[in-house]
Design a protein around this ligand. Structure first.
Ligand code: AMP
Length: 119
């Protein structure tokens, strides 16, 4: 169930400010408020999708294509397209998703190290 008052829904409605990086008809990209790398930008669809699971099931091909292209555009705009970058999307409890509106993290600007901390 999508919560219309989640923080990214409020950013999309302009109720909370963001540092915008990129926008098109279907997507918005903005700086993460608590960056974990020199480049840490979030790319979100404008539609109401809680996670990738929801997006894959319900979004149009146009929305899905726009999100993928926006991620690549953000890497270009942030200057990490050639140096390298990582994308990540947390979905659900085990992944520690904290905002229930699909978002793709784009990290870069330094050597990012291994993908996950080994336990
Ligand atoms: P996740 O843990 O994958 O759900 O990531 C949620 C991300 O949203 C975290 O990296 C937060 O720092 C980020 N975040 C939360 N509130 C805001 C906000 N108002 N503006 C930008 N980023 C935010």
């Amino acid at each position: 169930m999508y919560d219309d008052n989640n923080i990214f829904a409020r950013i999309l409605r302009g109720e909370i400010p963001c540092k915008k990086v990129y926008e098109d008809d279907h997507t918005l990209a903005f700086e993460d408020i608590n960056p974990e790398a020199p480049v840490h930008t979030l790319v979100i669809p404008k539609g109401k999708y809680t996670s990738l699971k929801d997006f894959a099931a319900k979004a149009s091909d146009g929305e899905i294509g726009a999100l993928v292209r926006a991620v690549n555009k953000v890497a270009e705009l942030k200057g990490v397209k050639d140096s390298g970058f990582r994308i990540l999307s947390n979905a659900g409890a085990d992944a520690h998703q904290t905002v229930e509106h699909l978002h793709i993290h784009v990290f870069g600007g330094r050597v990012l190290g291994p993908m996950l901390v080994k336990k």
